[in-house]
Design a protein around this ligand. Structure first.
Ligand SMILES: Cc1ncc(COP(=O)(O)O)c(C=O)c1O
Length: 384
């Protein structure tokens, strides 16, 4: 029987790394996880308590395709509180994580054959989803010379574009756009008729200045957000979009047909997440401590060429002085040190062989021990 060619997209390689790490953990009982891209904490207590209550009280049927009004209103209020911006709750669409949000945004904004730019390195699922939808992906290579941020000159040189997908803070680099960088890109997109899709999933996890939202600079941008990272709720499969007025109905129709609604229990409990700032900021304080441990150890170990680690919980490190085959290096570290890391090839098909992504979302104890082992390994592996 026929299998659709649209399924011939690349696998999400980090999932394969997680599989190898799980196999080793099963065989030897121990792996330090610097490969995982998710918080090591459960949902905040307030969310868990709300979920218990709702389980007893609610029938948990379908909701409106755009989400329960209480959550849409609470998300809109969040923009007033965090960014001093008025957002009409009608423009908020509750989704099945940022992943479900991306699918809806891409389907609503782009047609087959349209050209959409993504950064390289960048989150691999954008490219893979766009390709599955028959949309032409235009890679924008970014590197240390521009802080891993794309420039308006690059957009000009890319030829006619219908869209640009940007994540700030970024996965895998952690780079966070400054307000002026984001404004310049948003203004360029507006004047060139390019739909900006801004993935703000790592908002709330920053170590210098808070990340600005694209909503402050663009009326046509689609913002993608999620409860998965700052709110520590990956498995609850909950996220949201903020869409411009003209996309509200298109996104609603697509959501009705594709998903019916986001998980009802998660939606009701998710309202409480916005009142759990103290606990969630405690998680961010731990990420900050872990980040400091890794930066210090890596500086001493000669792993100092890295993207600006402004936010998220990743370091994206240039290991080209060690290897031109980062999957082999990651495999060596897993086998010899019991430390799991992610090779850059997931995020950048061209230069990813020279990079490794380290996640520091696990406990400080684990991160410290992993840093110690890598530093010791670097000490007796002579590198120039
Ligand atoms: C940049 C980025 N966008 C989207 C996602 C998907 O997140 P969700 O769990 O909300 O679907 C991830 C997950 O790692 C991510 O890193």
């Amino acid at each position: 029987m026929k299998i659709a060619t649209r399924s011939e997209i690349a696998p999400f390689y980090v999932m394969e790394v997680m599989k190898a790490a799980a196999e080793r953990a099963e065989a030897t009982g121990e792996v330090l996880h610097l490969e995982v891209g998710q918080p090591s904490t459960p949902a905040p207590r307030g969310v868990i308590e709300a979920a218990r209550r709702i389980l007893d009280e609610d029938r948990l049927g379908y909701t409106d395709a755009t989400g329960i009004p209480a959550l849409r209103r609470r998300i809109a209020r969040h923009y007033r509180e965090r960014h001093d911006l008025e957002v009409d709750p009608e423009r908020v669409v509750v989704t099945v994580g940022a992943s479900g949000g991306c699918v809806l945004a891409f389907l609503a904004a782009f047609d087959e054959g349209d050209r959409v730019a993504v950064t390289e390195p960048g989150y691999p699922c954008y490219r893979n989803m766009l390709e599955a939808l028959g949309i032409e992906v235009v890679g924008l290579p970014v590197g240390p010379e521009t802080r891993f941020v794309p420039t308006t000159d690059q957009l000009d040189a890319a030829g006619p574009l219908h869209g640009l997908v940007l994540a700030s803070p970024s996965n895998p680099t952690g780079t966070t756009l400054t307000p002026s960088e984001l404004k310049a890109l948003a203004d360029h997109c507006t004047s060139a008729g390019i739909r900006l899709v801004a993935d703000e999933i790592y908002h709330g996890i920053t170590y210098r200045d808070p990340a600005p939202t694209a909503l402050a600079f663009s009326e046509s941008a689609v913002v993608v957000q999620s409860f998965s990272k700052y709110y520590s709720m990956t498995g609850w499969r909950l996220g949201w979009l903020v869409v411009p007025d003209e996309l509200v109905r298109p996104v609603e129709r697509l959501a009705q047909n594709l998903f019916i609604s986001a998980p009802t229990l998660s939606q009701h409990a998710g309202v409480a997440a916005f009142d759990c700032g103290e606990e969630l900021d405690g998680n961010v304080a731990r990420y900050a401590a872990n980040r400091a441990v890794l930066l210090e150890a890596f500086a001493r170990a000669g792993l100092a060429r890295l993207a600006p680690p402004d936010g998220a919980f990743y370091l994206y490190v240039d290991v080209s002085h060690l290897t031109d085959d980062s999957p082999v290096l990651c495999r060596t570290w897993l086998d010899e040190l019991g430390v799991a890391t992610t090779p850059g090839i997931d995020f950048d098909r061209v230069r990813g062989n020279r990079y490794v992504r380290f996640s520091y979302s696990e406990s400080t104890e684990d991160v410290t021990e992993a840093a110690r082992r890598i530093k010791a390994w670097m000490g007796h592996t002579r590198v120039s």
